[in-house]
Design a binder for this molecule. Structure first.
Ligand code: NAI
Ligand code: 13P
Length: 332
């Protein structure tokens, strides 16, 4: 990755990643789907409105026009919420050049088909285009502030993986490479669902034992799903699996955890989503993970109860009772 990188998606994560790339000496075009928001970013290069103290380097250029952002770029990084991933790829398909490689930092599954995002990318802009995913324990605000962070980049193509990692890698942003796209994507999607469960438990005041139990049994569900989909179990023990699971289940910067906390404290789904005011991926991902587990007859009881919660079929206390009432079984 030596030329300009187009970061498509100017929410908190796209902006933080654009900052990380630009600070690392890369030319970046940052496209957002709201022209007003992009204009505001261009007018406020000190980033005072969103995150004071995170000035945009001169090499970071907000761009309201998708075609211009893509035309200027050697490679593309998508950072829109998962519900916008397929639509954006459909817009990109006719304008991407064959030489442009495609990466994303979106966490979730395709809401229309339940597919993993690399399957959607392969279908819409493949089949031979190098693809990569960036994931791991990384709150946008901390990355934007330049605080130490470690993530994983999994790529279909070793040279793309290495180039993309190099574009980000710095003293404050450590990037590990992987070939296991499926495992990295699964970890990033499922941890959001489990963070809701951890939040619910804490919102109900269940304490530290319950939280640690949920994280550990949640990890077992993540592992089971990754094995069923032929991902590498080691990936689940890495940054994009257990690393992000711990981060998201234990720190209130997580929107998914805060969503669960709000439900545990008796708020409705709509109230919780409105109060957070940003993307809460698990509201959709819980549905997709549930359907996937059903399709392949996989036991994922915590994810299942989160699905019943987000579809309004149970309340927080019933979800917990349902989990605790399960038959006794061997741990492994
Ligand atoms: N914020 C974080 O700390 C991290 C977020 N992520 C992931 O990054 C993705 C994006 O999340 P955030 O930037 O945090 O969300 P955000 O809520 O901060 O911003 C989302 C942005 O996407 C735009 N948007 C909404 N619908 C869209 C569509 N259909 N097409 C294009 N753009 C659309 C919104 O205008 C907004 O600017 C999610 O999948 C999230 O899980 C991953 C790691 C860290
Ligand atoms: O993925 C994240 C950190 O790695 C952000 O989590 P939330 O979307 O729950 O805020």
């Amino acid at each position: 990755m030596s030329g300009t990188i187009a970061v498509l998606g100017a929410g908190s994560w796209g902006t933080a990643l654009a900052l990380a790339l630009a600070r690392n000496g890369r030319d970046v075009r940052l496209w957002g789907h709201s022209p007003e928001h992009t204009a505001q970013l261009a007018a406020d290069r000190e980033n005072r409105k969103h995150l004071p103290g995170t000035r945009f380097p001169n090499t970071l250029i907000p761009e309201a026009d998708l075609h211009q952002a893509v035309a200027a770029a050697a490679d593309i990084l998508i950072v829109v919420p998962s519900h916008g991933f397929r639509d954006l790829l459909e817009r990109l398909a006719p304008i991407l050049k064959p030489s442009q490689r495609l990466a994303w930092a979106t966490k979730g599954l395709d809401a229309r088909s339940g597919q993993l995002l690399h399957e959607v990318a392969d279908e819409l802009v493949g089949p031979n285009r190098p693809l990569a995913v960036l994931s791991g324990p990384s709150f946008a605000k901390e990355v934007a502030q330049g605080l130490p962070t470690a993530v994983t980049i999994a790529a279909t193509d070793d040279s793309f993986g290495k180039d993309f990692a190099r574009a980000f890698h710095s003293e404050s942003f450590r990037v590990y490479t992987s070939r296991d796209i499926t495992g990295v994507e699964l970890g990033g999607a499922v941890k959001n669902v489990l963070a809701v469960a951890a939040g619910v438990s804490d919102g109900l005041g269940f304490g530290a034992n319950a939280r640690a139990g949920l994280i550990t049994r949640g990890l077992a569900e993540m592992m089971r799903l990754s094995q069923a989909l032929k991902a590498d179990p080691q990936t689940i023990m890495g940054l994009s699996g257990v690393g992000d699971l711990i981060l998201t289940c234990t720190d209130d910067q997580s929107r998914n955890r805060r969503f669960g906390l709000a439900l545990g404290q008796g708020n409705s789904i709509d109230e919780a989503v409105a109060n957070i005011g940003q993307t809460v991926e698990a509201v959709r991902t819980a549905r997709e993970v549930y359907k996937l587990a059903q399709r392949i007859s996989l036991d994922m009881p915590i994810c299942e109860q989160v699905y019943y919660l987000v579809t309004g079929e149970v309340d927080a206390e019933t979800a917990v009772r349902n989990l605790m009432a399960r038959a006794q079984k061997a741990e492994f």
